[in-house]
Design a protein around this ligand. Structure first.
Ligand SMILES: Cc1cc2nc3c(=O)[nH]c(=O)nc-3n(C[C@H](O)[C@H](O)[C@H](O)COP(=O)(O)OP(=O)(O)OC[C@H]3O[C@@H](n4cnc5c(N)ncnc54)[C@H](O)[C@@H]3O)c2cc1C
Length: 440
């Protein structure tokens, strides 16, 4: 493959990360984005999810920092909240269990709480400052395939632009499967989980001093299909997102949102919401299906084009993993570009990181959150075991810390506790059970 010109379609987080990596391997990189890009941190119509609470996992923050050194310090200088080994800044409930975040963590843990528009803007301005990266604010109609390989793109105004590699970062609505079939390849098989999620979000101003936490997340559970996230943003405002899973509607006005908060949040936070001032209108979003397109399983795959970010897999957004999974793909792309034929290397590496996270999400969604989709027999026992683990983690700080670090995708992408931790879970739950039998 020549390494003169690479094209990236889509300049959201995926496209920007890909462009950063390609800029070290190609003479020129052109980013095509059809959405007008704001000069500052602002919402974009083409990224409607940006209005809703976007958790940046600790692992994602570390990966972005590797791609863009200095990013995290700059964000903090702009007011982005930073969580160090201070779990008291977090209120965190998962699958009906409130995890023991009142204990100080043993291992180093740093996370950041930028709003989605702020994070994207910080990254965008860094990419656009790179010498040989150009942005064209124009849509791409389709990649051009010459019968052997992809050789460039045709833009929305009919121009043909040649490239040695095209990266498709157009998000979960990618048309790459259709293009593949038009070029005589199979469409990729799709793994799907119908999660039936709806989001409703208000931006708020809460008087200072009422809420110390910076991140408040209470996920859905077997008995409560509605959850809530609140993040304290860099400009002092709060994002409050409520959501419903399994086709259950979330509260869609501020009064109902506060009623849900009273049900599932500690009193000091729900009381603070009664003193909050909503800013602007409520934003709504539906996310019916998590989808993993198995480009890696195709017998024949064309040279010259790669899917990237959500175009490969889009994950249940309530788990807050999408941007971090995208950041991991940047590392795969960097390594794949050292190969003469990067396409299959990239797809294989992406599968390795996608599988554990996808599978654990599917187990949670299909066994606890009322989702529809194929569920192998072992999902239910694993889900039940995990429920036991989270139950014990409510009062065992070692288990809680293990979960928090894995949930943040820090130590490993595999949510599989060791035999020692499973033993600790059983012993802990038995002690709790015996204690509850002794006390009236
Ligand atoms: C409701 C919701 C909540 C989420 N919450 C979280 C969270 O808490 N934490 C987290 O890590 N992730 C979250 N995500 C996922 C996260 O938003 C994505 O993983 C992330 O944006 C990376 O996506 P991307 O760049 O691949 O695609 P997108 O962000 O979807 O961007 C695609 C880009 O391609 C452009 N484009 C499309 N077609 C063309 C074309 N033909 N020509 C030119 N440009 C084109 C679009 O305009 C857009 O800018 C959430 C997603 C949703 C839906």
């Amino acid at each position: 493959m020549g390494r003169k010109h690479a094209i990236v379609i889509g300049a959201s987080l995926g496209g920007l990360c890909a462009a950063r990596v390609l800029s070290s391997a190609f003479d020129e990189v052109t980013l095509f984005e059809r959405d007008p890009l704001p000069d500052g941190p602002a919402h974009r119509p083409a990224v409607p999810q940006g209005r809703h609470v976007h958790l940046l996992m600790a692992r994602g923050a570390a990966e972005f920092e590797t791609l863009f050194p200095g990013l995290l310090d700059d964000m903090v200088a702009c007011g982005v909240k930073m969580l160090e080994n201070r779990p008291d800044c977090i209120h965190f409930g998962a699958a009906g269990h409130l995890l023991g975040t009142q204990h100080r963590l043993q291992d180093e843990f740093t996370a950041y709480v930028p709003s989605r528009p702020h994070l994207e803007w910080q990254i965008r301005r860094r990419v656009l400052a790179l010498d040989h990266v150009a942005l064209v604010n124009h849509g791409v109609d389709e990649p051009v395939f010459d019968g052997h390989r992809v050789t460039g793109v045709r833009t929305a105004d009919g121009a043909m632009v040649e490239a040695d590699l095209v990266v498709d970062a157009t998000g979960r609505g990618t048309r790459l499967p259709t293009w593949l079939s038009q070029w005589g390849f199979e469409r990729p098989r799709e793994e799907t989980v119908d999660v039936g999620i709806s989001y409703a979000t208000h931006q708020l101003r809460i008087p200072d001093g009422l809420v110390d936490e910076k991140v408040i997340v209470v996920g859905a559970s077997r008995t409560q299909p509605r959850g809530l996230g609140m993040l304290h943003y860099e400009d002092g405002t709060w994002g409050l997102t409520t959501f419903g899973v399994g086709k259950v509607s979330p509260p869609t006005d501020f009064t109902e949102m506060r009623a849900l908060a009273e049900e599932i949040l500690p009193p000091h936070i729900s009381a603070a919401l009664y003193q909050a001032q909503p800013l602007g209108d409520i934003a709504l979003h539906k996310y019916p299906t998590s989808r993993w397109r198995r480009f890696d399983q195709l017998d024949r795959y064309p040279r010259g084009i790669l899917p990237f970010g959500d175009a490969v897999a889009s994950f249940n957004p309530t788990f807050g993993q999408g941007m971090t999974m995208t950041s991991l793909q940047a590392g795969h792309l960097r390594r794949a570009l050292q190969e003469p034929e990067p396409e299959s290397t990239f797809l294989k590496a992406t599968t390795k990181t996608t599988w554990p996270v996808w599978t654990m999400n599917a187990i949670g969604d299909l066994t606890m959150h009322g989702a529809d989709g194929p569920a192998p027999w072992w999902y239910r026992p694993v889900g039940a075991l995990f429920d036991q683990f989270l139950g014990a983690a409510e009062t065992d700080p070692v288990l809680a810390e293990w979960f928090l670090r894995r949930f943040s995708l820090l130590d490993s992408l595999y949510m599989v506790p060791s035999a020692r931790l499973v033993g600790r879970t059983v012993a802990h739950n038995m002690t709790l059970w015996a204690r509850s039998r002794r006390s009236p």
